[in-house]
Design a protein around this ligand. Structure first.
Ligand code: ATP
Ligand code: MG
Ligand code: MG
Ligand code: MG
Length: 468
């Protein structure tokens, strides 16, 4: 059975043989794009090649790109622990053409890899095309996909845009049917959100350009951008629909079980899964220079860390856990990503310090939360001022509170939370003006707000689209 490390190599070698330059993953923090919180797809590091702004000495490339989807538009944080196919950190395998080959090559490349090299049975595969893309439909027919397995989709799922303006185009997606023992329906059906039909590969045909006035033209330079989740294709090739059953995740889950003394595959398994997932995103973010803080990227990191710590707490952990799992992660992924090995000491120290700090308030905060929800009935909301107290006094990010309540079928009054936050800010302003430094203070608060320099503003700073 191939390991995830084997599969990554097979993918890159396959495209290298087809004339693609093997390009390393870019760091998770985008270099030239302050609007994007984290790199969330393979195409991000190539944006300027697709628009023609930049030229390199290759027109075909292949990568295994580190991606984080835990904030902004592509936020899979709430899916972790609930679906079998989403992570906050994952690797996106991709092949790219910058004005080189187009649909007639890209579709057979993908089909031959998965049905030939990977040996995936054809009668388990379905594909989608954008409803008007007859060309892609015909190519799929030609490679041997029966017509009733080529599904036309009219939604934005099958039309990709780099942003509100700029390059865009139809896309085609490849799905695998894991069988009727798992809940879910084919793409385009009302049950498509289940884990039965899993999207494994998304292929974008960049052929148009969108302008501000709403008009769209054909691009002179047609390009290809693809993305396949390594963990999803890995699960499939290892005989499961579940990413968390792969060799890599099993070893992390077992490390979490060793550290907590809780059965890795018993009822508590969901906590181990969340811990394993969050260990990867936090460690890779630290390796790429993000440190926990109260705003922006650092606050996203802190939120992920704290969520993981609550799950460790639910496993009964009395002492910090996450930092003890770092060696297992480095053992699995350090060879493919040397930056992870190099940062091992920093990751360990950062996790331990953050866990030790949050431990001081976590237990008391959770007790308060229990007391607050004791009288609530199913579907009710925790009052906003209670959520704010947890945030302000106990360091509970709002989404951690929401995560804790979701398990109990409860929500949070987020408007009430916002009001409590605004009241506190107003009080702080008033206190400053009373101190005789009013003019300066007002300026400071305006700057702080404009820059998102509070914990709460650390949420949605992402505006640009890096998705494929
Ligand atoms: P889904 O519909 O399952 O959420 P997506 O359409 O959002 O996936 P894309 O943006 O098309 O995903 O990304 C390309 C590929 O990356 C997907 O086909 C999938 O294999 C993988 N992928 C996307 N999101 C995740 C994730 N959160 N965890 C693991 N793999 C992912
Ligand atoms: Mg998605
Ligand atoms: Mg999708
Ligand atoms: Mg997709």
């Amino acid at each position: 059975m191939p390991s995830l490390n084997d599969i990554r190599s097979t993918f890159l070698n396959y495209f290298e043989k087809q004339g693609h330059a093997v390009v390393p993953s870019s760091p998770l923090v985008p270099r030239n794009d302050p609007t994007l919180m984290f790199v969330n797809s393979g195409m991000v590091q190539f944006k300027n090649l697709f628009t023609g702004l930049e030229k390199r000495d290759y027109t075909r490339a292949t990568t295994s790109q580190k991606c984080v989807r835990a904030g902004g538009k592509h936020n899979d944080l709430d899916n972790v622990g609930y679906t079998a196919r989403h992570h906050t950190f994952f690797e996106m395998l991709g092949n790219f053409s910058f004005g080189d080959y187009f649909k007639h090559e890209a579709i057979p490349f993908a089909w031959n890899l998965i049905t030939g090299e990977f040996g995936i049975p054809k009668d388990r595969l379905y594909v989608t095309v954008y409803h008007t893309d007859d060309e892609a439909f015909e190519i799929w027919k030609k490679v041997g996909v029966p017509e009733d397995r080529i599904i036309r989709i009219a939604t934005s799922d099958n039309f990709w845009q780099m942003g509100p303006t700029g390059p865009c185009g139809p896309c085609t997606e490849i799905f695998y049917d894991h069988g009727d023992h798992i809940w879910g329906g084919p793409p385009g059906s009302p049950e498509e959100d289940g884990d039965r039909f899993i999207e494994i590969w998304n292929i974008v045909f960049m052929q148009n350009e969108q302008f501000e006035d709403g008009s769209m033209v054909d691009l002179d330079m047609q390009s290809i951008d693809t993305g396949m989740g390594l963990e999803r294709i890995g699960a499939l090739l290892q005989g499961s629909h579940d990413n968390y059953d792969t060799d890599l995740f099993k070893s992390l889950i077992e490390a979490s079980a060793d550290a907590t003394g809780v059965d890795p595959y018993g009822e508590q398994n969901v906590h181990h899964r969340v811990i394993a997932d969050h260990l990867r995103s936090t460690s890779f973010l630290i390796a790429d220079g993000v440190m926990p803080s109260n705003d922006g990227r650092g606050y996203v990191l802190r939120r992920i860390m704290r969520r993981a710590m609550r799950h460790a707490h639910l496993l009964g952990a009395k002492d910090p856990v996450m930092y003890r799992l770092v060696p297992a992660l480095v053992q699995q992924m350090g060879a493919a990503f040397p930056e992870l090995s190099r940062a091992q000491a920093l990751i360990t120290e950062t996790l331990e310090a953050e866990e030790t700090r949050f431990k001081q308030t976590l237990d008391r905060g959770l007790k308060l939360l229990d007391d607050e929800v004791a009288g609530l009935s199913q579907g009710a909301d925790l009052p906003g001022d209670a959520a704010f107290k947890l945030y302000d006094t106990y360091g509970f990010p709002l989404d951690l509170t929401q995560d804790a309540l979701r398990e109990k079928g409860l929500g949070v009054d987020t408007d009430g939370f916002d009001t409590a936050m605004a009241e506190q800010k107003a009080k702080a302003r008033a206190a400053w003006s009373g101190s005789g430094e009013a003019a300066d203070a007002t300026v400071w608060f305006d700057v702080a707000e404009a820059n998102g320099a509070t914990e709460f503003l650390g949420y949605d700073t992402e505006t640009a689209e890096g998705q494929i």
